[in-house]
Design a protein around this ligand. Structure first.
Ligand SMILES: Cc1ncc(COP(=O)(O)O)c(C=O)c1O
Length: 311
């Protein structure tokens, strides 16, 4: 079905790919089609895993207002990735207040240890994809156990900095086994799911596959051999708007797509939530207001640096 917005765009001769294909729902179905096509191709490759896993689509909604997420949700999207702690917590409360219980939030931004308690204020937090050190794993484990004495667990990925760029988070490829070991041995509240990386943006695919994806695949092999873990049970989170099809061909099981779904991000007006600007963003351990403002400023600076690296 073509949306009203797409019809108007067509009549006006606005042939932008994004609007012609009926906005966010159309963009999601296009991405899903491409995922299926790449996955079909991947399954024919000799390098394909013995138990290929249909890649999961995570819609990266950072800086986007809750109305945009609602459109995606109405189109059947359930997994959303966010990079900023406060924004994620606010959005999660907005959807919880609306009675939505089946949304799954994934944190994909840089996580400072002093923000862990705030992050765990997110309702329906399913996964943290950016665990980059044993210390961070310990901190999440401790806080999660305090908040969830029922023994429930949070899924985690260990982020690996495959390119060695300082601007990107993650542990070094040679350190990832020890971080995974720490999680397995000493963090009962964390469910280790796999490894995550941000591929280099400037890679020229005409010269071959992205070495960042190859590196993450090798890290998974190393971790599996060193710790005796089933390699097919270990996920790979890699691939974004510009490279997710390539990532799937390398075995990605979790792709994180933002701009291809929601359009380009506008950081200049970044104060996302809206829809009555999401009435009550409660935090489990809310610091005093002045401190909070300082922390937010600090987080914004960190995130802007991170974004510069990603844009
Ligand atoms: C870790 C991570 N993954 C995925 C994305 C989505 O990127 P894109 O909009 O290129 O799909 C972002 C966006 O900033 C990100 O920070």
């Amino acid at each position: 079905m073509i949306s009203v917005r797409a019809c108007i765009a067509a009549r006006r001769g606005l042939c932008s790919r994004w609007t012609m294909e009926s906005g966010i729902p159309g963009a999601i179905s296009q991405v899903r089609q491409k995922i299926d096509q790449s996955f079909d191709k991947y399954k024919q490759l000799p390098t394909c895993s013995c138990q290929p896993k249909q890649p999961r689509l995570v819609a990266v909604s950072k800086t986007k207002p809750v109305e945009a997420l609602q459109e995606a949700y109405d189109a059947g999207q359930r997994e959303f990735g966010e990079n900023y702690v406060q924004e994620l917590v606010q959005k999660s409360h907005h959807f919880a207040d609306m009675g939505v219980t089946d949304i799954q939030w994934r944190f994909i931004g840089k996580l400072q240890r002093n923000k862990v308690n705030n992050l765990l204020g997110c309702i329906n937090l399913k996964t943290i994809e950016t665990v980059e050190s044993s210390k961070l794993a310990d901190a999440i484990n401790k806080s999660w156990q305090k908040l969830h004495p029922d023994g429930s667990r949070v899924d985690v990925f260990v982020q690996v900095n495959t390119s060695g760029e300082e601007s990107k988070g993650g542990c070094g490829p040679s350190e990832c086994t020890s971080v995974v070991k720490r999680i397995m041995d000493s963090c009962p509240a964390l469910n280790f799911v796999g490894l995550m990386a941000i591929g280099s943006f400037s890679h020229d695919y005409s010269v071959g596959p992205n070495p960042d994806f190859k590196c993450l695949v090798q890290c998974r092999k190393d971790v599996s051999e060193a710790l005796g873990l089933d390699i097919d049970a270990m996920e790979l989170s890699m691939g974004m708007s510009n490279d997710f099809e390539h990532a799937i061909m390398e075995g990605s099981t979790n792709i994180r797509v933002g701009s291809n779904i929601f359009g380009a991000r506008d950081y200049s007006s970044h104060n996302a939530p809206t829809a009555a600007t999401t009435a009550h963003p409660p935090q489990p351990t809310a610091p005093p207001v002045a401190h909070q403002a300082f922390e937010q400023q600090h987080e914004d600076i960190e995130q802007n640096l991170h974004n510069l690296a990603l844009s």
